[in-house]
Design a protein around this ligand. Structure first.
Ligand SMILES: *[C@@H]1O[C@H](CO)[C@@H](O)[C@H](O)[C@H]1NC(C)=O
Length: 351
């Protein structure tokens, strides 16, 4: 009996090891350069060496979210800087099972770049602000029932700002360009904007994320560019009592990163320190109020990109089994053994 239990649990452990333990992954696409799309788990260094294709267009400042019950990335808009046009409304979807981007019938209601976006708890996607034909815009769009339509205007135009979902009903937007200190919360249940305490310094290209302490719900605003320089500094808003205070400094400046909440922890993914894009993933340690370099890193340095949480379902696991190394250093061996895509996989993975 004891032996049977033991072998059952061994099998369970073995199964867990085959499949990635996490229920979700972070999907990243676009940025500056011809970057591969990538799936990351910031809690492990055994992420990379996937052979996921680049976004079909070299765009920066795109927006997006996940559709089909958090399984399908949808990326739209941005600045296709090679095409002699400065804004686009085009969207592409990524199919994990096929490991392929496809042009989509979905389009933004108006071309825009450098907006901020997220997937709302009810599965709709909210795209806010950015630059369009009429300059920096306060307009927003909501993806609902298969199509983008108008959303509530922000109180002021914003581009290159940050956005974070606070709870089931409230979304915060902060900072952005033209270099701004303003912070607002939209409450979907009352359909009203609340003005919050401003940032102490104007910042664009900042990142923001939420966390809880015994003092309540907090939002940290990280880095960005203000008054001609990139920042190491952060600020923290106590959402409940509306106090904005200085937060911890990072070791390096950071612009164009994403703060991502993953398994109840906050990670700062990518960005640039003014000179170089980074592939670093920092963890924000809420207890110690410090930024810690994690062992995880991006396959490629990336700034001004789109990130979203995707469900780690069977098609993602299939893709990872086909294209990911099992442990660091074993990339080519694993791929050779599986011989999926042959030498093309190998070349893409050997970096
Ligand atoms: C989307 O579909 C739902 C359910 O049919 C409906 O309640 C909602 O009003 C629709 N939204 C829009 C924008 O058409």
């Amino acid at each position: 009996m004891k032996g049977l239990l033991l072998s059952c649990s061994l099998i369970a452990v073995a199964l867990l090891k085959v499949n990635y333990a996490a229920d979700s992954k972070i999907f990243l696409a676009t940025g500056v350069g011809n970057l591969h799309s990538e799936l990351i788990d910031p809690t492990t260094k055994e992420n990379n060496c996937q052979n996921t294709p680049p976004y079909p267009k070299r765009v920066t400042g795109a927006v997006g979210g996940v559709i089909n019950d958090n399984t399908t990335p949808l990326v739209c808009g941005g600045f296709p800087y090679e095409e002699g046009i400065v804004y686009t409304d085009l969207c592409y979807t990524f199919d994990f099972a096929e490991n392929r981007w496809s042009p989509s019938d979905i389009a933004l209601t108006s071309p825009r770049r450098f907006g901020a976006s997220l997937t709302l708890p009810d599965g709709r996607i909210w795209v806010t602000g950015g630059q369009g034909e009429a300059g920096t815009t306060a307009s927003t769009e909501i993806f609902e029932n298969g199509t983008f339509g108008p959303g509530p205007d922000m109180p002021v135009p914003k581009e290159d700002h940050c956005i974070v979902q606070l709870d089931e009903t409230r979304t915060l937007v902060g900072g952005g360009g033209p270099i701004s200190t303003s912070v607002f919360i939209y409450d979907w249940s009352t359909q009203e904007w609340e003005v919050k305490s401003p940032l102490r310094l104007g910042r664009r290209g900042l990142s923001c994320g939420k966390f809880e302490t015994s003092d309540g719900l907090q939002v940290i605003f990280v880095g960005g560019e203000g008054e001609g320089y990139f920042k190491k500094t952060t600020e923290i808003l106590n959402v409940d009592n509306d106090k904005m205070v200085a937060g911890p400094e990072m070791e390096k400046e950071n612009y164009g990163a994403h703060m991502v909440e993953f398994e109840k922890e906050l990670f700062l993914v990518g960005g640039t320190d003014d000179f170089f894009s980074t592939s670093d993933i920092l963890k924000f340690n809420v207890e110690a109020m410090t930024f810690e370099l994690t062992e995880a890193s991006l396959k490629e340095p990336r700034e001004v990109f789109v990130s979203m949480i995707v469900q780690n379902d069977h098609s993602i696991r299939g893709l990872l089994r086909k294209t990911t190394k099992a442990t660091s250093g074993e990339c080519s061996k694993t791929l050779t053994r599986l011989s999926v895509g042959g030498t093309r996989d190998l070349q893409d993975c050997e970096r």
